[in-house]
Every structure is written in C-alpha cells, then in structure tokens.
Design a binder for this molecule. Sequence first.
Ligand code: FNR
Length: 346
Amino acid sequence: LLKKMTVGGNGTSLDYRNKVIMAPMVRVGTLPMRLMALEFGADIVYTEELIDLKLMRSKRRVNAALGTIDFVDRSDGTIVFRTCAKERQQLVLQLGTSDAERALSVGKLVENDIAGLDINMGCPKEFSIKGGMGVALLAQPDKAEHILATLCKNLSIPVTCKIRILPDLNDTIKLVQRFATTGIAAIAIHARTRDERPQHAPHPDFIREVAKAVNIPVIANGGSKEFQNYKDLIRFRDLCGATSVMVGRAAQLNVSIFRKEGMLPMDDIIIKYLKLSVDYDNAAHNTKYCVQNILKELQESPRGKQFLQCQTLQQMCEIWSLGDYCYRKQLEQKERGNFGRREVAP
Ligand code: FNR
C-alpha cells in the first residue's frame, strides 16, 4: 500500500527513494556547493545544520539583485541561510534543535522555500550535546519522537531525521521503528556510533538489518573513505541494502563525485565553485574554507600559500584568472541593488 505522500507548500513532494544525496555539512553545504552538487547529478542536497534559535531570529528577504531568498539575522545582518529557485525542489534544510515548538516555528518560516526538513540526531560535537541537540536526542527518544511527530503533523513538507547507529543492533532497529511511526518520510543513517570517528570503519551490516525492519526509505551514510567515483556510492548503497545513499566527505573534497561520467580535475572544480560563489555573493570566509578543503595538502604549494593570504572573493578569483569575471559580476550586482552581506535589517 502506498503511504500518503506529503505534498509541499510549493506543490511538490520529495521522494527519498533511489536517490543520491549530498550530506549536511557545516560550512560546506552552503548555496554554491549545493548548486554544484545538483549540477553534477546529486538528486537531493542538504543544507549545513542550521540552529533553530538562529533561524528564529532571522527575517526572510527576497534578494532580487541576486535572485535569491535570504534569511537574515535581525541582530547582526548576517545571512543565516541563502537559497534560490534552482534548488527548491531538491533542497532539504537540516535543523539543529532540542525542542518541538522551536523546530515547528522554524519549519513554518521556511516551508515554502524548501522541499524537506531534516532533524539532526547524529552530531556528536560538544555544542550540540550540551544543547540537547544532535546525537543527544538519541538518548531521549521520547523527546525526539515528539519533535518528529509535531513537525510531521503540522508541516506541509516531508520531515526526516539523520541519526547514528547505536552500539547494539536491536536497539538501533527498535529506535528506527519507533521513529518511523511518527510519519517521517525517510531516515538517513550514518553507519557509526556516537563515539566512532571518521577513521573507524562504518557498519553497513547495521543499516542492512534496519532497512529490512522498516518500510520507510533508508538513506545509507558513512562510506566516503572508500569512495573514488560514482560507482562506489552505489556499491555502498547496495552493501547497506538501502534505497538511497548520502555522501559527505567525498563531496567536500571533490563534489564531482556525483558525476556518473567520472570525476573532474580539482582546478575545474575550484573555478566552477569560485564563479558560483561570485554569482551568489557567498561570504568570502566561507568560500575560502571550502576551497581549502578542496586544495588539502596543496595549500603548501606556492599557489596554495598565495591563496591562504586572500581575504576577498576578488583576490581568490585572481589566482584562477577569474579576476575580470569577479569584478564585472560584483559591479553588476551592486548596480542591481544587492544590499550586501552585512546590512542590518530594520
Ligand atoms: C559533517 N557531518 C554533519 N552531519 C550532520 O548531520 N550535520 C552537519 O551539519 C554535519 N556537518 C559536517 C561537516 C563536515 C565538514 C563533515 C566532514 C561532516 C557529518 C556528515 O553529514 C556525514 O554523516 C559524515 O561525514 C559521514 O559520511 P561520509 O563523509 O563518510 O560520506
């Protein structure tokens, strides 16, 4: 029997089956990287984790000069979340929260601009756990369930969560079965426990057993270490017996991992990424961070060292001969009235 599909406020419904997905990644999953992932063939992209309180104090603003929708922090004018029509049907916003009411108020604020809402239940960082967010929610299943049920009941878009496995397989299965009754449209599972780090081998067998035990789509995550190309993603998905696969670190390093036709060289990625950063006026420090992740050890090369000195998009662009491109675009944006990144909303 087909479950009732959740239809979004924008008249679409997101199907999580048979999808290749870019994982939520703090600082990496901002608009330029998401657009690149989609262009290379990802079916769904997640935002970086956004904290509920931060989004709650932001104001939605249409930025006509850039063709974006911005959620701008009322207190300091920084852009908390920027999106655009191109990604709307494929965009999942990941929320860091520990409270159903707060989560719902954010859900209401963003539901017409995204295709799905995900709750982070996997982050093991101290900041998250102290705030009762991320992986802390797995130790409080009642609360976690209440958050998911509240969102599923009151939002027009599908709701999902991303978890880690528990040390015991049966506990993991029981937990996912419980969450599945809340009405979530899918669940992403990072095949490591809260105490395991990226260098530890993942546990695809856990995902395989969970996927057999529930009838919502399971999204397998945690295989990046072994990913050299697109085929490897599919192999990991199949190894996990999952319907979909989610890719983090391999995409951070080279987002063309989503290309069925094969990966592109690093310089092609950087050039494309810089252009998109300029097109969407991405924060320079954010662009710099992402390019550093792509360059990796090449940061030690003469060009890498020159790059580390850069503070503006213009400076970064010049290294890859995009100086004119950046200059022209920024001028154009100014003429069209781009209100800049730091203007404080009244
Ligand atoms: C992450 N991860 C993560 N997870 C999450 O639920 N919300 C987040 O905001 C982040 N942020 C983040 C930043 C960076 C730089 C990395 C590398 C990872 C975890 C990520 O989504 C994923 O679960 C893991 O990286 C495991 O998958 P891969 O990398 O093996 O494909």
